[in-house]
Design a protein around this ligand. Structure first.
Ligand SMILES: Cc1cc2nc3c(=O)[nH]c(=O)nc-3n(C[C@H](O)[C@H](O)[C@H](O)COP(=O)(O)O)c2cc1C
Length: 198
């Protein structure tokens, strides 16, 4: 079976972030599947300035060296799982910046979301899906939302996300959808007659 290359992108970078826990959790679940290989991408490893290029790299190559590394890394994957917090009802600025710093590298690839926070980052996840459309990505219907008392129990009381069994089924549904879209879009990207379609 073909193994698709999937990146788990941690969308926050602050020193005391929670984001590592859901990233490791979804990485562990995804790694047990035989249809994907999974790598965690940490935005801390790509300290890009606030977007400061003459244009999107859709039109003009980026000058910033870290941005170039980021674009090359993003290009290696067939699909993405964004692990996102919700900052004032939106995605963290560092994640938006990282999304803005690439374009063709995201195009025609699928995006899944694992969110956490009081409402499981549901509002941020919806914004992320809108951004994904402009980046010509296909967002999965199902996301994982670690929310409310469950989020607080993991954040404050040392509970493990793996102790919340309903999330496991939720993650499986999301990953199944991610694989479906990954396969469909990769097949289409590799069709010469479709590769240059608008
Ligand atoms: C600037 C800021 C804004 C926040 N806004 C929200 C919010 O709108 N909704 C929410 O559920 N949680 C909000 N929170 C709480 C976060 O869900 C919580 O701090 C979470 O741990 C942040 O993710 P991180 O630890 O990976 O940075 C906010 C936190 C910060 C620092």
């Amino acid at each position: 079976m073909e193994k698709f290359k999937i990146a788990v992108i941690i969308g926050s970078t602050r020193a005391t972030r929670f984001g590592d826990k859901p990233a490791r959790w979804i990485h562990d679940i995804a790694s047990q599947r035989n249809d994907m290989t999974v790598e965690i991408l940490d935005l801390r490893d790509y300290p890009m300035p606030f977007f400061d290029e003459v244009a999107s790299n859709a039109w003009v190559p980026s000058q910033n060296e870290v941005a170039e590394c980021w674009q090359k890394k993003v290009a290696q994957f067939d699909g993405y799982i964004f692990v996102t917090a919700e900052y004032n009802r939106g995605i963290p600025a560092v994640l938006k910046n990282a999304l803005d710093y690439a374009y063709l590298e995201w195009n025609r690839k699928p995006a899944a979301v694992v969110g956490y926070g009081s409402v499981g980052a549901a509002r941020a996840a919806e914004q992320l899906r809108l951004i994904a459309i402009e980046l010509q990505m296909a967002p999965t219907r199902t996301g994982v939302h670690i929310q409310g008392a469950d989020f607080m129990a993991v954040w404050k009381n040392g509970k493990e996300i793996a102790e919340l069994p309903y999330l496991r089924q939720n993650a499986t549904d999301m990953l199944d959808q991610l694989v479906w879209w990954t396969k469909a879009l990769k097949t289409a990207r590799e069709q010469p007659s479709l590769s240059n379609a608008a």
